[in-house]
Design a protein. Structure first.
Length: 284
């Protein structure tokens, strides 16, 4: 953050963390090789590859492969089916003109429901398959957005649509947001944002990192966090608040350890509840 405080506004805005930066967090030759393989794998995750993994032909039409509870088609009488369709058709208006022209090359062929991640439990989530030709697919994820958990403390957002708030935040913090990132409100009154389902994403398996590599990876995460705040806030004021001492660093470290301990306690309570029959769990 101190470095960003010394930059011009445009230098901060154009700053980005590329793949080459990811390769610098470790000097271990084996880890670098593994990272390069992961980057290569991410580049290969194209919609064409996903087409044959996630879909199949049914009566001459591409359809998502049902794999409940992970992926499934709602029944025709289920309001979710109509809601997902209304969301897709309305979201187009939120895109930039040039991205809208790009989207119009595709037409919608199927929509299914998809299980959400831990942070989105209880919200609606769908996936849409669009095609522009025989082997030219586009997969979009349709995610419900609700009020921020910070609202009781920071006040309501300036955006009346919660999905718009999320989209605006991502576009502000990220050097290159998904070109199909957009938002809308369904006919049922729920807010949704859309983005590509898988857009050459990758992740680092932190569980197997050495202490040195973990330190390097943490530096990258801190860099990304600093860059996001430098773009969206007052980088000079934030830098001054953090100061030259490690007081803030220590506070964050203590919070992280406490958070990890709480997570482990919560999980143990979940296990106990499942074993006692108070909660039903599906084991895979």
């Amino acid at each position: 953050m101190n470095e960003y405080a010394q930059m011009t506004v445009l230098e901060v805005w154009y700053s980005h963390i590329g793949v080459e930066s990811l390769l610098t967090f470790t000097r271990n030759a084996r880890e670098q090789k593994k990272l390069k393989q992961e980057v290569k794998k991410a580049h290969s995750l194209t919609p064409v590859l996903e087409l044959h993994t996630l879909t199949k032909m049914v009566n001459g039409q591409r359809r998502f492969i049902d794999n409940p509870p992970l992926v499934f088609h709602p029944l025709p009488e289920d309001p979710l089916a109509e809601e997902m369709l209304s969301v897709f058709h309305k979201y187009r208006k939120s895109l930039r003109d040039d991205w809208r022209v790009l989207l119009d090359h595709y037409h919608l062929v199927d929509v299914a429901m998809k299980v959400v991640g831990v942070g989105s439990v209880g919200t609606r989530c769908g996936v849409a398959l669009l095609v522009a030709g025989h082997n030219d697919p586009l997969f979009l994820q349709i995610k419900e957005a609700r009020a921020s958990v910070l609202e009781p403390y920071a006040g309501k957002s300036v955006y009346k649509n919660h999905a718009q708030r999320i989209v605006a935040g991502q576009q502000l913090m990220q050097a290159a947001s998904d070109i199909f990132l957009g938002w809308t409100r369904s006919n049922s009154g729920h807010d949704f944002y859309l983005r590509q389902l898988r857009d050459m994403k990758t992740a680092v398996a932190v569980e197997g990192l050495s202490e040195a590599d973990h330190h390097g990876y943490s530096n990258l995460c801190g860099w990304a966090l600093a860059r996001a705040h430098a773009r969206s806030g007052d980088r000079i004021m934030i830098s001054g608040y953090l100061g030259q001492k490690d007081t803030f660093d220590q506070a964050i470290a203590h919070f992280a350890v406490a958070y990890a301990d709480q997570t482990e306690q919560d999980y143990q309570e979940l296990v106990v509840a499942v074993k006692a029959g108070r909660l039903k769990a599906i084991h895979e």
